[in-house]
Design a protein around this ligand. Structure first.
Ligand code: GDG
Length: 455
């Protein structure tokens, strides 16, 4: 079997000899990361000048190879073009986009730096699997260096509507670079369709789900990411026996808990969610004092300006909700701007009667899946999910909402508070079935199979 080389912007830190921390991509790739595989990317460290020096660490037979980034590149490539241009644009939020040609230049150069450092690691029959929007150009840079291996690419965020993609001055160069891959994967059929539409609009030949280019066939596949359902369910089961979870339950005094957990990111729709909660408390007074909403917001990309202003906006809205509705012995909103431990988070999902996942736009959204996996099937909670998360296409039995529609979100909260046990169980059973079918193993196996089948 060919060796798998994973390439992503960040690589799990195994420097202390520990297994990688369970999180999104590490879980999604667990099945593919058999001993002998390599995972290459940025160490998370910044240094003064650009360097191709690769540091290697090993955990459970997998080699984790990393490079450091120059401080200036981190600012321009990562905070700049990746996260202030591509991230908002691909999430179809053009008013958040800034474009700076110097930042784009740094993006191209860091992609080159990745390709150059990879050259020292690659063997002729390796399968290369590149991840996400930060590294759209690496495959083309590898091809220019003579690499003929099979190369796959998976986009974890949405692919935008072609009219928005066109806003990028470098649209053509990015698309042309993507044609250096053999297989390109998306979470959902609409993402693939938008990508193929953009390709066709640029004059490339699209045939079914493939792009034909210079005698080559590029397969465009839909392989949604998933989670380790049983693993997360066990984690939640163990966590509710822990003292921290018991303290949360005690603090509720019999009230219903509604939970959200996101990176503090403007795509996740927190301000509208807070507005909807406020509308819910105002329009459905029978639920006041009977509910507590816990928002866990893990800080993210704090150096990017839009993330700072989001934080201020949310602090203001949270204060306003608690100011308007709190009682001497009840606080309606608990708002935390720090990450919770993974185990405790799983436990809190389990004791929450409502899981509120309302991004304005999301590639997939793993929190929705984790919330389902954490439930007790005998008395499951209700998932309220944005129609604009990729997960909605897999999870139709959730209460699907338009995250821009404040009244509809408030009504969904009311409905979730009032839903019968029978309906909750029926919905949960169907949802559980979907996340078992589309789990982490299915994700990596189907993508690697597509890459292997390629000829
Ligand atoms: C990108 C795409 C796509 C959240 N808060 C805490 C915490 N989390 C964990 C969740 C979950 C992960 O972070 C977030 O994953 P998401 O999928 O929800 O979102 P992104 O980070 O934006 O991921 C997304 C994903 O890639 C995979 O392809 O689904 O659409 O945007 O696992 O549980 N974890 C801990 N404390 C927190 O406070 N420990």
């Amino acid at each position: 079997m060919a060796r798998l080389v994973i390439v992503s912007n960040r690589v799990p830190d195994v420097s202390d000899g520990a297994a990688p921390r369970a999180g999104g991509l590490a879980v999604g790739l667990a099945d593919a990361l058999v001993p002998g595989s390599v995972w290459f990317g940025w160490s998370g460290k910044c240094i003064d000048t650009r360097s191709h020096e690769v540091t290697r660490a090993e955990a459970e037979g997998v080699t984790y190879a990393t490079i450091d980034l120059a401080e200036a590149d981190h600012r321009a490539f990562y905070l700049g073009f990746s996260n202030a241009t591509l991230w908002p644009l691909f999430h179809m939020m053009p008013s958040f986009v800034t474009f700076d040609s110097a930042e784009y230049k740094a993006y191209r150069e860091v992609n080159e730096q990745f390709a150059e450092a990879l050259m020292a690691l690659l063997r002729p029959d390796d399968l290369i699997w590149i991840h996400d929007y930060q590294l759209l150009g690496v495959a083309a840079d590898l091809r220019r260096r003579g690499v003929r291996n099979r190369i796959g690419f998976f986009l974890h965020i949405p692919f935008p509507a072609p009219a928005l993609f066109e806003l990028l001055p470098c649209a053509e160069e990015l698309l042309a670079g993507m044609l250096a891959h053999d297989v390109i994967g998306f979470h959902t059929p609409p993402d693939r369709a938008r990508f193929l539409e953009a390709m066709a609009a640029h004059g490339y030949q699209v045939q079914g789900d493939d792009v034909l280019h210079e005698g080559r066939r590029i397969r465009v596949v839909v392989t949604p990411i998933g989670i380790d359902v049983e693993g997360f369910s066990r984690l939640a089961g163990r966590a509710i026996r822990r003292v921290e979870a018991k303290r949360v339950v005690d603090s509720l005094n019999g009230r219903t808990l509604m939970i959200s957990a996101d990176r503090l990111d403007y795509t996740k729709g927190l301000p509208a969610r807070f507005d909807a909660y406020r509308r819910f408390l105002g329009s459905y007074p029978e639920h006041r004092r009977r509910i507590s909403f816990l928002q866990v917001a893990a800080p993210s990309r704090e150096e990017v300006e839009k993330y700072k202003s989001l934080r201020d906006e949310l602090a203001y809205k949270a204060g306003a909700i608690n100011g308007a509705f709190s009682d001497f012995d009840w606080v309606p909103l608990r708002y935390m701007t720090r990450a919770a431990g993974r185990g405790l988070l799983a436990g809190m999902f389990r004791i929450s009667h409502i899981g509120l996942v309302t991004p304005l736009r999301d590639g997939m959204n793993l929190v929705a899946m984790e919330y389902i996996a954490a439930q007790d099937g005998a008395d499951p909670g209700v998932l309220i999910l944005s129609r604009f998360a990729g997960a909605a296409s897999l999870l139709p039995e959730a209460l699907l909402v338009n995250p821009y529609d404040i009244d509809a979100m408030a009504a969904a909260m009311h409905r979730a508070m009032s839903m019968s046990l029978e309906e909750r169980q029926e919905r949960h059973e169907a949802l559980l079935e979907h996340i078992r079918t589309h789990n982490a193993t299915a994700f990596s196996r189907s993508f690697v199979a597509a890459l292997n089948r390629f000829n």
